[in-house]
Design a protein around this ligand. Sequence first.
Ligand code: PMT
Length: 405
Amino acid sequence: MSLVGKRILLIVTGGIASYKSPDLVRRLREAGAVVRCAMTEASKNFIQPTVLAAVSGTPVVSELFDPIEGMDVGHVRLAREADLIIIAPATADILGKLAHGIANDLASTILLAADGPVLIAPAMNPKMWDHAAVKRNVATLKADGYQFVGPESGEMAESHEAGVGRMSEPLAILAAAQSIFVASSAALAGRHFVVTSGPTEEPLDPVRYISNRSSGKQGHAIAAALLAEGARVTLVSGPVSVPAPAGAEVKKVSTAAEMLDAVDAALPADGAIFAAAVADWRAASVADEKMKKQDGQEELVIRLVRNPDILATIGHHATRPALVIGFAAETQDLIANAQRKLSSKAADWIFANDVSPAQGVFGGDSNHVHRVSHDGVEDWGGAGKDQTARMIVEKIVEHFGRAER
Ligand code: PMT
């Protein structure tokens, strides 16, 4: 089972087995999870925070009283935002704290603030694992509903002692994490989505046009992620070179007017996601012949007229899909502009992305989106476009509700 879009908080405590933590992060991310790491002070004796930051792609947290940007009660937010918390390696110390409700550092405080599943991968010397106090703590934690993977028997990394105490291998921890989540495949089976993707091309004459640098990577990734959840997808695509995902019903268009017609024809749909970079303007008249420059001509004035706004049209449509999602490509006042578009285009959610040239979003492989809805603004952080697409689709699955399927 994939962990697509699952937010996993990995708590690393101070054991030699923490050398396996970067591999675990990598495995979790390969399975589609968004991983954040929290470290205890002791764990920093075994592994550098920079290593976990690099493999997770997110800063590591470790200080209870460190101001975390935008988080007033950081430990509560970290605990609540996670779909699953994994403690790996989990020392006798963290087991003892958790079993007795002690919260005196960031890791133990997060654990007490958590209300979701917690998976514990203990790692300690066999004599410690066998100690009556540790056994009592483990029994208490199991009775409280905490889930365990391992420890395994074998030789200890730090000594030649053998016995039960080795942390489970990352693949075993990954499998245990996967089994915690309900299978999510086909969560959108029976639902139809329309996705727009790529640029439009607005002709000036038979050989020239107005367009932009959209590659279609984001829209196509969203279509692929919807298909992976069993949805039927109509992909209305401007001219792009990225391949269309297998299984999508692809409508190739060139201009904004054609895109609107194709979207309209694809309705009804349960949801529509407008990731295309539609040209706002088109030439008032398209020359039949290639426009020739005249001798001495120093400027050319082209009159442009507004294109239809596809998102706004569908947002106000008689057969409006139940969920209408747009993007906002902004180079300034990101959130305020996205909020304006949310209202004016009658969207349910807008994914705001900063498309300043330095960000390399148009045509690039990654972005940093904020989900703007009538309930507020969520910062989803930087991610690859595939990952952003999976997170969007996970949110869509949540919106429609698994229980109804
Ligand atoms: O294709 P990539 O290289 O992967 O890049 C992805 C992207 C940057 C193009 C994508 O993430 C994105 O932000 N798409 C929206 C680009 C855009 O046109 O934004 P906008 O703020 O101008 O428009 C707001 C919304 O209205 C968008 O959902 C857009 O699709 C829609 N719109 C805009 C104008 C118009 N005439 N019709 C529309 O439907």
